[in-house]
Structure formats: structure tokens, C-alpha cells
Design a protein around this ligand. Structure first.
Ligand code: 13P
Length: 289
């Protein structure tokens, strides 16, 4: 059943859990994620990258994901991730996305606030007042769609990209953001060296707002660390790279055998599905209380 993102995340936090969100570039991966969530009897979030949403076929994928969410036996939300282009946002929502990350995190604070307010106003004006908005404060290193290495700040280092706890209450109030993505040493893609998540900064941020926090760049953060997240108001945890790593490894090792087996694409797609479902299943279990 399709569910509002804020309800899904707040209900999970109320039970001491967080909800994983998985980037889906295709329908096979989305089917695997939703079937893993149904198996676990837990809610899940399907993320669509802005590069996907900015094409006609990407918009069709969003519509298909909405249908998948509607027919699921567990709560599922479809969210447009990291978007700053108003046209892409409006088209993605018209196609079926019911939540958006209005991402002005690379801009100066006042422009970031302006973007989120502008997105809210445009959605309301287009009759989409129910669409949930996540905003991001602080900048994350790394590429969202291609995994290259980025380093995480040293312990105790003062890093300009980190979320500034002093700005949190004003930012949430002025933007009306319903979820807040934070930069606390997390990076998109691969970590060069050990990830150093600044739980001290996260705790400080959590003390200054009631809205659920979102941890992006979760691939590569050890399970023992991720398990701490929901205890610090992190109700949504975003994964992309690790899902891709598993799918690509399965395809790399299995393609020749399925080719030899009469060009058996169905069999190969089942391996793709199996890889994505097992990663999603393990992650759902890890984040649930
Ligand atoms: P990773 O690719 O590092 O898992 O990050 C995913 C993400 O944050 C999507 O918004």
C-alpha cells in the first residue's frame, strides 16, 4: 500500500526502527526491494534519482513504481531524490512520486531555504499539498549515481560541509521541511578509509529539531554503526552503491552461464532480483528494532 513518507518514517521511529530507502534505476530492482519488504513485513522507500526523473522513460518508471507501491502488501513510498530543478520535481510528482528531497545543500544557506520554500509553494499551487518534502543541510561529498572514493573527516576536525547544529532549528522552521538530511561524515559512493560518522554532531542536531533525520550515503558504513541510527532520531537511511555492487557482481559472474543456457535472460534477471532482494532483506532486518 502506498504510504506518505513522513508517516512511514515517524511510525518506524516510534518503534525504535528506521526505514531503508533504496535507489531504483529499473523495475527489476524495485520488484526485488518490495518483495524483500513484503517478506520482512516492513515498510520501505523506493528512491528515484533526478537523472532518471529527467527523462521521459524515467517518468514512466516513476509511474510504474507508484503502481508497485499501490499493490504492495506493506507500506511503500516513492521519493524523488536530490532534486533542485522545479520542472523535474513537478513532472516527477505528476508521474507518481509522493515525496521529494528538495536539495539546495550545495547553495548558501539562504538560497537553500529559498529553494525548499519555492518547491513547497510550487507543489501546493499544483494541487500536491500532500507531497512530503525532505530538505538537506550540510554538503555531502561524492557522486550520487557513480561510486568513486570520498574521504570522511577526521575525528574532531572542523569540516565546512558538516551540518551546523546551530542552523538546524531555523532551517526546519523556515523551510517547513518534514524530514532533514544531515551531513555528519557520511559520503555518497565509496569511503576511502574507514567511515567516521560524527555521532556527536548527529546527536546535537537531533536535540534541536523534532523532524526525523535522514542519513544518506549509508553504503560502506558498518552494520554495527547503522544499528545506532534510529536511537538518534534517524528514521530513514539511504542506500544505493552497495545495491549496485551486488547486482553488478552477480551479473558479471553469471552472464556467461546464462548465455550458454540458451540466452536465458529470465534466469539472469532472477539472479539480479536475488542479489537486490537479499541486500534489501538484510538491511530491513538490520534497521528494524
Ligand atoms: P550510497 O550510494 O553511498 O549508498 O548513497 C545513497 C544515497 O544517499 C542516495 O540518496
Amino acid at each position: 500500500m502506498r504510504t506518505k513518507l513522513d508517516h512511514l518514517v515517524n511510525s518506524a521511529l516510534a518503534t525504535g526502527s528506521a526505514v531503508p530507502a533504496f535507489t531504483c534505476y529499473d523495475f527489476t530492482t524495485a520488484l526485488a526491494v518490495v518483495s524483500a519488504a513484503e517478506e520482512a513485513r516492513l515498510g520501505v522507500i523506493l528512491l528515484v534519482a533526478p537523472k532518471t526523473a529527467s527523462t521521459a522513460n524515467g517518468l514512466r518508471l516513476i509511474t510504474a513504481l507508484r503502481g508497485l507501491a499501490d499493490s504492495a502488501s506493506v507500506p511503500v513510498s516513492v521519493q524523488l531524490d536530490h532534486a533542485s530543478d522545479l520542472n523535474v520535481i513537478l513532472e516527477a510528482v505528476a508521474a507518481g512520486a509522493d515525496a521529494v528531497l528538495a536539495d539546495g545543500s550545495s547553495k548558501p544557506l539562504k538560497d537553500n531555504i529559498h529553494l525548499v520554500r519555492e518547491v513547497r509553494a510550487a507543489l501546493d499551487a499544483a494541487g500536491h499539498a500532500g507531497v512530503v518534502i525532505e530538505a538537506e543541510l550540510g554538503g555531502l561529498a561524492g557522486d550520487e549515481d557513480r561510486a568513486f572514493g570520498s574521504s570522511t573527516p577526521d575525528a574532531g576536525a572542523s569540516v565546512p560541509g558538516l551540518t551546523d547544529p546551530e542552523q538546524v532549528a531555523g532551517f526546519v522552521e523556515q523551510t517547513g521541511a518534514q524530514l532533514l538530511a544531515v551531513a555528519v561524515g557520511n559520503v555518497h559512493g565509496k569511503y576511502t578509509g574507514e567511515p567516521n560518522i560524527r555521532w556527536d554532531v548527529l546527536q546535537d542536531v537531533a536535540a534541536r529539531t523534532e523532524v526525523p533525520l535522514v542519513l544518506h550515503g549509508a553504503s560502506g558504513i558498518p552494520a554495527s554503526e547503522l544499528a545506532k541510527a534510529s536511537g538518534m532520531q534517524v528514521g530513514k537511511v539511504n542506500f544505493n552503491t552497495e545495491l549496485r555492487t551486488g547486482i553488478l557482481a552477480a551479473l558479471e559472474s553469471e552472464t556467461a552461464a546464462y548465455r550458454a543456457d540458451g540466452e536465458n535472460l529470465q534466469g539472469l534477471l532472477a539472479r539480479w532480483n536475488g542479489s537486490a532482494a537479499s541486500f534489501a532483506g538484510a538491511t530491513l532486518e538490520l534497521l528494524s528494532a
